[in-house]
Unconditional design. Sequence first.
Length: 254
Amino acid sequence: MVSRRNFLTGTAVAAGGAGGVVVWVGTHPAGAPAKTAPSLTPRRGAVAPGGNVGITGALKGEKPVLASRTATGDWAAEIPVMRTIVGDTGTVATIVKVEQAAGSRLQVRIPKRDSDLLWVPAESVSQYVQYDRLVVDVGARTAAYFTPEGPTWQGRVAVGKQAAPTPLGASWVSELVHMPSADGPYGIWAWGLAMWSETLTEFGDGDAQIAVHGTNRDDQIGEPVSSGCVRVENQQLVELGDAGFGPGSIVEMI
């Protein structure tokens, strides 16, 4: 069953079910070859003393993780599995942003609208230091993927219209969704962000989550036409993925 996931393009995705997303690998259900889902992998290996743009992590296992409101508090909360699909093996993982560490605990932000910061056991998180980032210049309607050596991908994008602008700020890729057809409004796939519209509280049956995704309207690239999402031409979307962008990557809207 394909789970419904509505990103802000102005058109809903026709699918059924609830609770998560499905990534196809190998051959796409529509017959076209599908790009293998990018894995959540460390950027250049080990944790560096400086120069990184953020740390993301994958909660281990497929069961809720115990959490607390403070660094020393009781385990009074749980972080549910977000059903994010990561990697070419279809591994389920919740992708979080790691804010700080204290003793044997990490403070994390989960990919949920209006989420609180929670403390979790450090052993429950696989941490990945991010040295690269996607920077979207909303006003200029351009985007660039930066590594420590400089930009390795650049392109024009479509952004939110005046009534539903693309929100500014930093976020991260929390999920990857392959679409059943490259001819749909989301193009070949969508990278869901831990970011939500500031003017819409819901969209379709979703919570107005922002995404970077493909399109079937290349003529609208460079225009403010979406309901907040960032649209990229499908071929450029593939090139962005090849550059290293994927689950866990940092995104900055400026």
